[in-house]
Design a protein around this ligand. Sequence first.
Ligand code: KG4
Ligand code: ZN
Length: 333
Amino acid sequence: MRVLGIETSCDETGVAVYDTSRGLLAHALYSQIRLHAEYGGVVPELASRDHVQKLLPMVQKVVAEAGGPESLDGVVYTAGPGLVGALLVGACLGRSLAFAWGVPALGVHHMEGHLLAPMLEDPRPEFPFVALLVSGGHSLLVDVEGVGRYRTLGESIDDAAGEAFDKVAKLLGLGFPGGPIAQRTAETGDAAAIAFPASRMTDGGRDFSFSGIKTSVSLYVKRHGPLSERQTADVAASFQAAVVRMLVRKTIRVCEQTGVKRIVLTGGVAANRPLGEALAAESSAEGIRLHVPPPRLCTDNAAMIAAAGTERLKAGERATLDLNAIPDLVLAQ
Ligand code: KG4
Ligand code: ZN
């Protein structure tokens, strides 16, 4: 089975063709990061308009590379969660093409794409695994028992992890997207310099919260600002260390509680080196195997949507004739 996948849930336009026997045949990804940078965050209306402009030429190119539309057996697209206007661009084009080509279509849950992305890798992680999915839009701990068998064990009750990085970087005047810059800034700082209160971070629950630490950073900046280069680096390092500590602790705890001995770290924040190193150290101390897919599969992309959608099409699922995008789509349990 050969399937075209489309991802337009936020600020990346992604197109991919996945083949069940040959793997990924062609893919393209366009990031709108430069478009949104001057606003310090994603502007939904600009995102939708840019998807409208970029998507069709990308589809034409990728489909041609993969052998043309005649070779396709289906079209899948991200149905949610995400920005409604952005989602609708992918949904409308995906459904229209499927209709014109006479093949089935299906909306895919964006998070299911993230959870199954490591299956595009060789070797694939075996099921079950615990996924720590941390990006600009999501912070989730999911028990992945198999395709379609997901149990959300913990999630952020406020900001997503990447969003917290972005907001703190903004408070420190570092620019957007904040994660990579904050990590770089933190390299010269002292992670023990400031003890940011970690109220919800150290409690026994499985959910995350980033608003407390973000407020602490904001208060610190107000009280001590304007910060010197040294202070800025210390704040970035202390903030990053607190976030890493919380993410690692909760992930390991969930593994202990469920007895699952495999972790997949994914999402844009998986690129954070101190997070990867700390999780690797803790995992190995606990006899847990850690998988970190390559960055191109960790961040938003269409390969993961195509792969996840293919599983669903194979199982016989089909979109009905109505068409919608669901900004707050819930991951089926
Ligand atoms: O998955 P992703 O590319 O896209 C969406 O969430 O849409 O994740 C982007 C997020 C941003 O918030 C960015 O600041 C964060 O991932 N990020 C990082 C790092 N690289 C990207 N956060 C911390 N450290 C990094 N090295
Ligand atoms: Zn995502």
